[in-house]
Design a protein around this ligand. Structure first.
Ligand SMILES: CC(C)(COP(=O)(O)OP(=O)(O)OC[C@H]1O[C@@H](n2cnc3c(N)ncnc32)[C@H](O)[C@@H]1OP(=O)(O)O)[C@@H](O)C(=O)NCCC(=O)NCCS
Length: 163
């Protein structure tokens, strides 16, 4: 699997698959297509603030998207806004591989700290983030709606982790 994958910037042509993957994952944020388009467009020039980096991990079959991630960038900080791997491709190290590529890009763009929020009940994602080196730095009570739930705030020092 890993030998056959490609990690590359998200394109408009990927969006049908990106939305389809998000649709099947209740834990993933459910953004409208316009939000992904904004993220794609903000990669093109340095004028939009904060700039975003949106990546997909694609399989060997032409155009097949296996996962995606979007981060916003306001150096020296960045925020991981979403990361998802299609259910049938989870648990094979793809998320970790994909995340490392994203983190390297963020670091190269001037970020030294990566922040995120995750639903307290999303134990697989919290374990995933811990495995990547994130530490909990706070809790936002009743931050999420539908259902109401706390957000766990996590941080990763990119400089220490990736140098
Ligand atoms: C979170 C997510 C991106 C992880 O992707 P993945 O490709 O399955 O993760 P990996 O296989 O690279 O796992 C890397 C490490 O994370 C941890 N991990 C991953 N999934 C886990 C799970 N379900 N339970 C416990 N630990 C887990 C493990 O330590 C794992 O290392 P190991 O396999 O050597 O034990 C994926 O589960 C996903 O898309 N979830 C739904 C969307 C979501 O919740 N996104 C986060 C909020 S935006």
């Amino acid at each position: 699997m890993k030998a056959e994958i490609e990690i590359r910037p998200m394109k408009a042509a990927d969006l049908a698959q990106v939305l389809a993957i998000a649709e099947t994952l209740p834990e993933a944020p459910h953004w409208p297509q316009s939000a992904y388009l904004n993220a794609i467009n903000s990669q093109i020039g340095p004028t939009s603030t904060p700039r975003r980096i949106a990546l997909v991990v694609a399989g060997s079959q032409a155009g097949s998207v296996l996962g995606f991630a979007v981060a916003s960038l306001l150096p020296p900080q960045a925020e991981l806004e979403t990361i998802a791997v299609a259910a049938e491709n989870q648990g094979q190290g793809l998320g970790q591989l994909f995340f490392r590529a994203l983190a390297a890009e963020l670091k190269a763009a001037g970020a030294n700290e990566l922040l995120l929020e995750v639903r307290a009940s999303n134990r697989p994602a919290r374990a995933f983030y811990r495995a990547l080196g994130f530490v909990q730095i706070g809790l936002r009570t009743s931050y999420y709606a539908d259902p109401i739930e706390d957000a766990v705030l996590m941080s990763l020092q990119l400089a220490e982790r990736l140098s």
